[in-house]
Design a protein around this ligand. Sequence first.
Ligand code: PEP
Ligand code: MN
Length: 338
Amino acid sequence: MIIIVESGADKQTVDNLVAKVRSLGFTPHPIFGVEKTVIAVVGHKTQEKIDILETMPGVQQIVPILRPYKLVGREVRADQTVIEIADGLEIGGERVVVMAGPCAVESYEQFSQIARYVRDAGAQVLRGGIFKPRTSPHDFQGLRERGIPVAKAVKEETGLPFVTEVVDVRDIEALHEVADVYQVGARNMQNFALLTELGKVDRPVMLKRAMSATVDDLLQAAEYVVVEGNANVILCERGIRTFETSTRNTLDISAVVALKRFSHLPVVVDPSHASGHDWMVPALSKAAVAAGADGLLIETHWRPQEAMVDGHQSLTPSTFDQLMDELPAICAAVGRSL
Ligand code: PEP
Ligand code: MN
């Protein structure tokens, strides 16, 4: 349920309400919106407890949350969540954020070269997998622990914040040294133990939609992180499994529109994994921004034909450059900027 706080209620009144909610055995999540303050209340409700809360000073109204996801839905927050990724860089606001880099960090030379290039072309966040969840156990699994100092060096060199996938709960701590944003991959979207632990970290989490997950499933997975206290979740549409074979997955552009309507969390689109084809990535990137995406996650490689992972879907420096030149006009058409 949601407690809608009377407008003009002071901090002490809100604090008292939060304490009361807690003393009744619920977990309170105060949300300070632009227009109103609400307290989302999670836990088993009884009419008796609702009656007690209804008589508390500062309570305007108590309303049930009807959707299965409580904290990430629009019911508790009408305005958009804006997440600070790094000093001076936000996602969910007016600016569209481009995250770019190789699928995997392969070596210092490979990562450093492409990282400097994407930064100079205008990317605001660097991507690169250190731990790679591969369909086959025989395929390259990432540099793993050895990749952490590499990513750290390249981050320092470029000054870019870094998003990287955490595959296993046991790696959260080691990655804390380099990850400005923890990525949860499609294969782990419903790894509830991982989501719960990421709910306790002080970094944003980018949660990718699983291949067969509905929009509702994705939002309920995001809820696992937020309910633990980490409100900084970025949703990512990366294509879903359909009967179509001309693409690796099918980019569900309508999911972007749906997520923006049902949730206040920022939405990123990954056209690389969605399509599996480098030649599709520019058009899908532009479609995503036009549909309201707050960011793009784009695989790029200096020599895609030599990439250890996902070369066929990686943009070259020149195609990435061209896309970065074309995006501002699309952003401007939908009231955004790059
Ligand atoms: C990735 O971003 O490199 C990745 C593995 O993506 P996904 O989890 O969407 O397959
Ligand atoms: Mn990849």
